[in-house]
Design a protein around this ligand. Structure first.
Ligand SMILES: C[S@@+](CC[C@H](N)C(=O)[O-])C[C@H]1O[C@@H](n2cnc3c(N)ncnc32)[C@H](O)[C@@H]1O
Length: 266
């Protein structure tokens, strides 16, 4: 890594609390270099000086490093497993469920969860926390207004039931919106809440270094109740999940070991 880049990520860390060294280097550096060049800076030092003076430039940088692409029922088949296997399993043990959608982006994921859960229980029995690093994404999430391109996986009956058309956009029904609490949270730096029955963290871990991922797996494990489920993205399979206190429950779903069943120390 060049000294110029090392100093840059160090200064961005101090200024924003975001540690870019925990993201895969080649990808991140490519993205930031192209942005830097677009803004006419030959090195990261002069680019950082410009960021210090211009809040919009800083916002643009943060925007570039957080890729917000999302959609409802992303990888539909996995959400079918969630609906028909995971939720019944969790609901069988408990009436009230606590769920965390980590790195929720613009809200499609936590709202999908609310719609699925509502098939089994009234929404006042569900607590969904949805977090992201990016405040702009969270603001959009709270508005709950979506272009139809993020709805292409939504079944027609769900579309009719939970969305209202507003011009060329679709608004999520109020009770679904109200069932989700949005909060800013940095997965690499902030404390993880505990006591979740289900944690969904999809399509963000691919951006992190191996070391950062391993720390996150442990944190997520500690955030789950015994027997709780961790749902990851479709390219984010965990190698040797047992190292982190998990067992495979289904493809891309991991279950936290239950002390009483396995006698394991996690
Ligand atoms: C591609 S989106 C994934 C959205 C959703 N989970 C899905 O699968 O459709 C990745 C999200 O991760 C967020 N993100 C990136 N780094 C993060 C961090 N350190 N802590 C929390 N969120 C982060 C970005 O802001 C972005 O909204």
């Amino acid at each position: 890594m060049s000294q110029d880049y090392i100093h840059f990520i160090d200064k961005v860390h101090r200024k924003t609390g975001v540690d870019l060294s925990q993201y895969k280097e080649a990808q991140m550096k490519r993205r930031l270099t192209s942005l830097r060049e677009k803004r006419g800076h030959h090195d990261f030092k002069s680019y950082f000086n410009a960021l210090e003076k211009d809040a919009l430039l800083l916002e643009e940088l943060l925007d570039r490093m957080t890729i917000n692409v999302s959609e409802f029922y992303r990888n539909r088949k996995r959400f079918e497993v969630l609906e028909h296997k995971v939720i019944p399993y969790l609901h069988h043990q408990k009436q009230k469920l606590r769920i965390w959608s980590a790195a929720c982006s613009t809200g499609e994921e936590p709202y999908t969860l609310a719609m699925i859960l509502n098939r089994y229980m009234p929404l006042d029995q569900v607590e969904i926390l949805a977090t992201d690093l990016d405040l702009n994404a969270l603001k959009k999430a709270e508005e709950g207004l979506y272009h139809e391109r993020s709805l292409k996986e939504v079944a027609p009956d769900i579309l009719r039931k939970y969305f209202r058309k507003e011009g060329s956009f679709y608004r999520v029904r109020d009770d679904i919106r109200k069932s989700v609490t949005f909060k800013k949270h940095n997965l690499l730096a902030d404390r993880y809440q505990k006591g979740f029955d289900l944690i969904v963290c999809r399509n963000v871990m691919i951006y992190f270094t191996e070391e950062a991922k391993q720390k996150m797996y442990k944190n997520f494990n500690h955030s789950l109740v015994d027997g709780g489920i961790f749902f990851v993205g479709s390219t984010e399979q965990i190698f040797s999940p047992q190292t982190y206190g998990f067992e495979v429950y289904d493809t891309f779903f991991y279950r936290k070991w239950q002390k009483k069943e396995t006698g394991n120390a996690f």
